[in-house]
Design a protein around this ligand. Structure first.
Ligand code: MEV
Length: 320
């Protein structure tokens, strides 16, 4: 079989304001140095067959299988592709472990869109790839903000604001030097749809309490952007800690996430918080310098959890 199309999508870590971002609060996200690769091969069957060879948290692929099929259907519809005569096989692999919180679904959507674009010589722009991946993300979590597919498409460090009309604000944040981080995986597969729906329900039930929390989240985004530009890592870490507190208040943390956050801080992380949808999945710890990064990662691994050591703010589209 001859391979004809290949594409990649970056994993991501949300530094500030997951969940709040769904309601238009600004958020900060970074692509990470891990990515998913999609390869498209011709097939005799008039169908699209997805072969998922990604390394994954146990249970992840099984749990997401239906959502993955829905996501693929949505993307193919958006791309207006017809497989009634000649089909394709799409294979997923790459260095990003499929887990909750690291943008695994978005990375696969972007990789697939890029691979199909190459396979069919469509020459799609990044904007078009991002729009297709956004459709795909709807299969995974109903009303995505678009932050994950945006980071996965463009790479780097990004300021993101969701707008009602879909004309989202996407601005690159250029920092002088990349910063080491550690991602710690609780090993729990989480359902982002359920987490987002839970926040919506409580936000409607406790409007005043939630308005206060959302206001502070918005302030934090602006302060964090300034701290990033000033390379004030202590301030940045403090703001991450406060952001985690807000995420606890809207009830998307878990005891495993809180445990890893505390552990990372105890071992010197400047700040730590859950990252992504929460209720499981990953934490992000800010660990400037290789030594601190190593120390925090080792402490987490000693407790039996897996880590990813990477950097935020790397240019060249997030690849190290
Ligand atoms: C998931 O990575 C981030 C959430 O804010 C959902 C979204 O923005 O679509 C929880």
């Amino acid at each position: 079989m001859r391979m004809k199309g290949e594409g990649i999508g970056f994993g991501k870590a949300i530094l500030f304001n997951e969940h709040f971002v769904v309601y238009g609060v600004p958020a900060i996200v970074s692509a990470i140095g891990r990515y998913t690769v999609a390869r498209v091969y011709p097939s005799d069957k008039p169908d699209v067959i997805l072969i998922d060879n990604r390394d994954a948290t146990p249970g992840y692929k099984e749990e997401k299988l239906e959502q993955q099929q829905d996501s693929l259907r949505r993307m193919l519809r958006k791309m207006n592709l017809d497989f009634s005569k000649d089909g394709v096989e799409i294979e997923l692999s790459g260095t990003l472990k499929a887990a909750s919180g690291v943008g695994a679904s978005a990375a696969s959507c972007v990789a697939i869109a890029r691979a199909l674009s190459e396979y069919f010589d469509l020459n799609l722009s990044d904007e078009e790839i991002n729009a297709i991946a956004y459709e795909g993300e709807k299969g995974y979590h109903g009303t995505p903000s678009g932050i994950d597919n945006t980071a996965s498409t463009y790479g780097g460090l990004i300021w993101f604001e969701k707008k009602e009309d879909g004309d989202n604000i996407i601005e690159r944040i250029n920092i002088p030097n990349p910063i080491e981080i550690v991602l710690g995986n609780t090993g729990k597969v989480a359902n982002t749809s359920a987490a987002v729906a839970g926040v919506r329900e409580r936000k409607e039930r406790y409007p005043e309490k939630y308005a206060k929390i959302f206001n502070r989240a918005e302030n934090i985004a602006y302060l964090a952007k300034q701290a990033l530009l000033d390379e004030d890592h202590h301030e940045l870490g403090k703001l991450m800690n406060e952001n985690h507190k807000l995420l606890q208040q809207i009830e998307v943390s878990s005891k495993e996430l809180d445990f890893l956050v505390k552990l990372a801080r105890e071992h010197g992380a400047y700040g730590a918080k859950l990252t992504g949808g929460g209720l499981g999945g990953n934490i992000i710890a800010l660990t400037p310098g290789k030594e601190l990064q190593e120390e925090v990662a080792t402490a987490i691994e000693k407790e039996g959890f897996q880590t990813v050591k990477t950097k935020i703010g790397v240019t060249r589209r997030g690849v190290q």
